[in-house]
Write a protein that binds this ligand. Structure first.
Ligand code: SF4
Ligand code: SF4
Ligand code: SF4
Length: 327
């Protein structure tokens, strides 16, 4: 993925500039805070691209459950045709294609699916930059939520998200930020996220972060071509889908980059083929930029005290002058 102006702001300001500013102000990046840890009762999703058949049932269920309008990009000829995440779309199934596009999960002459949605970062940039706490991360479950009532529409979260997820609803009279909130209303009712609930192959799977980690390890240990069973809906539902294991790439997307994410991906083709940002550092941008802010504010203590002194001097000077004039 090429580095455009938005990426420069995300990575450049969060990383190199943070380090430079810290150094200028005498706080080395080594003093910066650590990445945040996975919350105690973290939940999440595993999306396995090799199991995905591109049926888009997850997209449809997401729309219905979240009462989102259709996203028509082909002039009303087909039902719901989003090309990307948008103000009307929290999740979209996209595809990598090469040549004849006949070999599933192969780079050459192949194709592979990818599900785009909020990854519920462990140390999210969107939460870090929001000036009014409209974006928050639940300390227990780790769900990254959005509060439209608190939002002032600054769109800092849109600019800061390294994965290009939050979308501003430009075409509505009362715009808000659109993004997946892991179906938290469904969870509150004892249900599971709609996309995982309807996925026929278990390609989108819901569970605790730890259970999903074990499932990822299990899949990585499978021999490609061997018959296997894959859980559907939740890791421990008992409902399974049988299929031969595919070949997985080494990388688990979301395992480590920028502190990791609670929605993780497995795939058969390298993740750069999906136009996802790759090669990201393990250090979260939030940890770097917050350390920079701390350094800036502590660096401003002396000038602020001097400024306060000047204000007091000016006040008393003016007061004495007035007193002299009146006396
Ligand atoms: S993917 Fe973007 S919007 Fe979602 S939690 Fe991470 S930074 Fe926030
Ligand atoms: S968890 Fe819910 S809101 Fe998020 S992509 Fe799945 S269905 Fe949509
Ligand atoms: S419902 Fe499952 S199989 Fe169908 S497109 Fe979504 S993730 Fe893929």
């Amino acid at each position: 993925m090429s580095c455009n102006r938005r990426d420069f702001m995300r990575g450049g300001l969060g990383g190199a500039a943070a380090a430079a500013a810290c150094a200028t102000l005498g706080a080395s990046p080594a003093e910066a805070r650590e990445n945040k840890k996975v919350p105690g009762n973290a939940i999440g999703l595993l999306y396995d691209s090799t199991l995905c058949i591109g049926c888009k049932a997850c997209m449809s269920a997401c729309k219905t459950t979240n009462e989102l309008p259709l996203d028509d990009n082909v002039g009303g000829k087909l039902w719901d045709t989003p090309f990307e995440l948008s103000g009307k779309t929290y999740t979209v199934i996209k595809v990598y294609q090469d040549g004849t596009s006949v070999n599933k999960d192969q780079v050459k002459d192949g194709f592979a699916h990818i599900k785009r949605q909020c990854l519920h970062c462990i140390d999210p940039s969107c939460v870090s930059v929001c000036p009014v706490k409209a974006m928050t991360k639940n300390p227990e479950t780790g769900i990254v939520s959005y509060n439209a009532d608190a939002c002032i529409g600054c769109r800092y979260c849109v600019a800061a998200c390294p994965f290009h997820v939050p979308q501003f609803q430009y075409d509505t009279p009362f715009p808000r930020i659109a993004k997946c909130q892991l179906c938290k209303e469904e969870l509150a009712k004892g249900d599971i996220p709609a996309c995982a609930k309807v996925c026929p192959t278990g390609a989108t799977l819901f569970g605790s972060y730890n259970a999903l980690s074990k499932e990822i390890e299990r899949r990585k240990d499978m021999k490609p071509g061997e018959a296997n069973v894959f859980p559907r809906r939740t890791v421990d539902s008992g409902d399974t889908y049988e299929r031969a294991a595919a070949h997985y790439t080494e990388e688990v997307y979301g395992a480590k980059a920028l502190g990791g994410t609670q929605v993780r991906y497995l795939a058969g083709v390298p993740f750069d083929k999906f136009d996802l940002p790759v090669g990201l550092p393990e250090r979260s941008y939030a940890s770097q930029s917050e350390s920079m802010q701390e350094a800036l504010y502590s660096g401003l203590t002396v000038p602020a005290a001097a400024f306060a002194g000047l204000m007091l001097a000016a006040y008393f000077g003016t007061k004495n002058l007035h007193d002299d004039e009146e006396g």
